[in-house]
Design a protein around this ligand. Structure first.
Ligand SMILES: [Zn+2]
Length: 266
């Protein structure tokens, strides 16, 4: 599932490729992905339009169009964009006046595309907490202070901090040396500080290396990210820890698989 770094990379790719390009045609191969308005109005509202500005909010893409409408894209589990030629496997295809295409790819068909006059009132945007880059250490401490929730599921709670998913939550906790099962409220001051620093540094590193292609995620040119080779603990069950050489363990927390080193993470 694309997380903050992957969606940021898609956003930067879209800025490079499609800004100010006029949409001349749209082909919708999977109708269920268009959540609003009707298919007809979705097409009508977009043809002749062009992206003026592109925003990312947590894991969501917001494409502001020239006439102050917004195309809001929720990639969910397996959504991504491929730019260039028309792709046979694309679910939605945008054609531009220069003859290029933007293909919306989504193997599992769980993504959501919306064309709206606003985006601020969408429930899944309204309920988002601050992004890791928007919150300072003091605020982060306050957020964790009274939460009895285990720290790993808490990092995944988008209303607490937004943009972190299952890959980076595991990486952050490994680098901070914190057992993912500990209650957030039980963390000491120094542990919270380290957790905060690792949260920022892991996400920065992942953006720098263009995200992790552990599943369907690719950039706009179809290239894999470079971060998956740098992951320390994600999906490494049974393998030796890079630090202590003991075996990485996998447990399920809040319904999500979680790898950690029981020796390095206390
Ligand atoms: Zn270890």
């Amino acid at each position: 599932m694309p997380e903050l770094p992957e969606v940021e990379n898609i956003k930067r790719g879209l800025e490079r490729k499609i800004l100010n390009k006029t949409i001349v045609d749209i082909k919708i191969n999977k109708k269920k992905l268009i959540k609003e308005p009707s298919l007809e109005n979705f097409k009508k509202g977009l043809i002749g339009e062009a992206a003026k500005k592109i925003y990312r909010r947590a894991k969501l893409l917001i494409i502001q169009l020239k006439k102050d409408k917004f195309l809001i894209v929720h990639l969910r589990i397996s959504g991504w964009f491929l730019y260039g030629n028309q792709e046979e496997k694309a679910r939605v295809i945008f054609k531009f006046s220069d003859g290029t295409f933007l293909n919306y790819m989504d193997q599992r068909l769980l993504g959501e595309l919306r064309l709206r006059k606003d985006y601020q009132n969408l429930a899944f945007l309204k309920n988002l907490g601050p992004e890791p880059f928007e919150i300072n250490l003091e605020e982060f401490k306050k957020v964790l202070k009274n939460k009895k929730t285990k720290i790993k599921p808490l990092l995944l709670d988008q209303s607490v901090v937004s943009g972190i998913g299952n890959i980076y939550a595991q990486e952050i906790l490994f680098l901070a040396g914190i057992d993912p099962q500990r209650p957030a409220s039980g963390l000491g001051k120094d542990e919270i500080k380290l957790l905060y620093e690792k949260m920022i540094s892991v996400l920065r590193e992942a953006i720098k290396y263009k995200g992790s292609s552990v599943d369907s995620y690719r950039d706009l040119e179809g290239n894999k990210g470079g971060m998956e080779e740098r992951l320390k603990v994600y999906s490494r069950e049974g393998k030796p820890c890079f630090v202590c050489k003991k075996t990485i363990k996998r447990i399920v927390l809040g319904g999500r698989g979680t790898c950690f080193c029981p020796y390095c993470q206390r």
